[in-house]
Design a protein around this ligand. Structure first.
Ligand SMILES: [Zn+2]
Ligand SMILES: [Zn+2]
Length: 555
């Protein structure tokens, strides 16, 4: 029998923001930690979500024993519906996390087919040769855990997302003790969240937003429209509690807001005083001086409630003069334009708009800053340290921080997606051959994978338009019937357009003329030659790269 070893195979989230996923393998057993998605950058036209490439898992599908979730954020659970179609394996997570997963799987018709297993912080689960303890950590949502995984070659710790909130809203403390306990015992490897590694000091407690929110709710002359991430249960709890304190009632608007509030309340994780909730259909007629409405859509997602309210196109709610609008969320890079466009609409209606910390803290991060990262390192004192969850510079700086501290007895390892590391019985770590990894673009309606070439085509279409040369040939003789036709969309129908298209026709004629007899007998070849020649010609004349789709009509 071969000697035991442990492979850690990062499949997502190392080198980018989002789609977190890592596989651990020992012998013929694999567990997968998290299955996240990320939202596409604007240039990925028509792509709804981006998920990790799971080729490696598909190649070893018989070995995959389970997916283990750290918490319920999209960048940790969003790829599940897609991945569970490929791999029928049980999913482990805390109650709130699995409640969110359940909702998602139901929408995709996968709920009956999936085994979901509740885990409780402080308890263990045995999955094949892995023994996992779930360690409670604080973060911007509830029921978050780190994982301490006992393997045949030692204990590894995966922090999930965390910050060390000394005064958590739900009273559930960060379990420092567990980290210390494992540190004492000896930890082979620590995988730690790098999201905020560029921030010095400590991240503020979630409680830090209370004063500012209370101040704004007290001062608001009319109703308050408050938007935060629907998963920010701590934030929602504070708004509900403050509303009760200042004598306002609370409404909830937006599907994800309503769903998450229901789920958290159902699990007794959100305290809502009796009689404080205003039904959605009563919001419009309710006394605005006595109302705060929690709305989802803080990132100005196109169809979200807040976006629709901003353009006064929402059934339940509108923002009027003197209403207060509070955006209590990080403006995620890439969303700035959409968010500020949305806020501008609110300003136009003469609402009182608050979206930054200029008058007091309106938002705090859920991720650890440098001092917290140091504390984890000092408690765990691992043999190997591997920064996870971050763009490359963040991983790099987290690695440098660990390097400087000297609490890593072995080595700091900088890995990216698809770069496995093998820990062997003798305590050594070896970099292994890369495995397939990368981004897969998905159309969320069909859940079908969108190929890169399709995205490139869409980019061409959006930027440079489309040119369709139509060549009619005689079915019997194989000869061209007439001069080629040209149809264009989104591509210069300007003054000199006609002239350019006439020249383009000449290019096509020349291409056909200059082809040999064999080529002419294969219209597939001719199409490609026309495409290439036309592309070169149009690019030279206009410096644009329209999508060129030659069509051969047999008449
Ligand atoms: Zn995350
Ligand atoms: Zn998170």
């Amino acid at each position: 029998m071969s000697k035991p070893s442990l492979w850690a195979i990062p499949l997502g989230g190392l080198g980018e923001f989002g789609m977190n996923m890592m596989a651990l393998r020992t012998g013929d057993d694999i567990i997968v930690i998290d299955a996240g998605m990320m939202f596409p950058e604007a240039e990925l036209l028509g792509v709804d979500i981006v998920i990790p490439d799971i080729t490696y898992l598909k190649q070893h599908r018989d070995m995959v024993r389970a997916i283990v979730l750290t918490h319920g954020h999209e960048d940790h659970i969003g790829a599940l519906p897609y991945i569970l179609r490929e791999l029928r394996v049980p999913v482990f997570g805390t109650r709130f996390t699995l409640a969110l997963v359940r909702k998602r799987l139901e929408e995709h018709g996968l709920l009956d087919k999936t085994e979901l297993r509740d885990v409780i912080p402080g308890r263990h689960a045995e999955i094949g040769p892995f023994d996992i303890e779930f360690i409670h950590v604080t973060h911007s949502t509830i029921d978050c855990v780190a994982l301490a995984i006992r393997t045949p070659v030692g204990v590894v710790i995966h922090t999930g997302d965390y910050k060390m909130d000394p005064t958590p809203i739900d009273g559930e403390p960060f379990d420092l003790h567990a980290f210390a306990r494992y540190g004492q015992e000896g930890v082979l490897a620590l995988f730690s969240d790098s999201t905020n590694t560029e921030r010095p000091g400590y991240t503020l407690s979630e409680r830090a937003v209370w004063n500012r929110i209370e101040e704004l709710l007290r001062a608001a002359p009319r109703k308050v429209v408050f938007s935060c991430f629907a998963s920010s249960i701590h934030r929602i709890q504070q708004v509900v509690s403050i509303a009760a304190l200042v004598g306002r009632k609370v409404g909830f608007v937006g599907r994800s807001m309503v769903d998450n509030v229901e789920i958290a309340h159902g699990l007794s994780r959100l305290e809502i005083p009796d009689g404080i909730v205003v039904r959605p259909q009563d919001i419009r007629s309710f006394d605005p001086k006595k109302l705060v409405v929690l709305v989802s859509g803080s990132q100005a997602e196109p169809m979200s409630s807040l976006s629709r309210i901003a353009v006064d196109n929402h059934r339940l709610l509108s923002v009027d003069q003197e209403d207060t609008v509070i955006l209590s969320a990080r403006i995620i890079p890439g969303n700035e334009k959409a968010i500020f466009r949305m806020l501008d609409h609110m300003f136009r209606r003469r609402a009182l708009v608050y979206y930054d910390d200029s008058g007091g803290t309106l938002h705090v991060s859920g991720h650890a800053s440098q001092e917290e990262e140091k504390l984890i390192l000092n408690l765990v004192r691992p043999r190997y340290f591997i920064p996870i969850h971050g763009e490359f510079r963040q991983l790099f700086r987290h690695a440098a921080l660990a390097q400087r501290m000297g609490s890593v007895s072995g080595e700091v390892l900088l890995l990216e997606d698809g770069q496995p590391i093998e820990f062997t019985e003798d305590g050594a770590a070896h970099r292994r051959e890369p495995v397939p990894a990368g981004r897969v673009c998905v159309d969320s309606g069909s859940l079908e994978e969108i190929e890169e070439v399709v995205i490139r085509d869409r980019q061409h279409l959006a930027e440079d338009g489309i040119v369709v040369p139509i060549i009619a040939i005689d079915k019997h003789t194989g000869r061209m019937e007439s001069r080629p036709e040209m149809v264009t969309r989104g591509f210069l129908p300007s003054e000199d357009g006609a002239e350019l298209l006439a020249s383009a026709r000449d290019v096509i004629l020349r291409t056909i003329e200059e082809s040999n007899a064999q080529e002419k007998s294969d219209w597939g070849v001719i199409k490609e030659k026309i495409r290439v020649d036309l592309k070169r010609f149009l690019n030279k004349q206009t410096s644009k790269r329209p999508l060129i789709l030659p069509v051969i009509l047999e008449v």
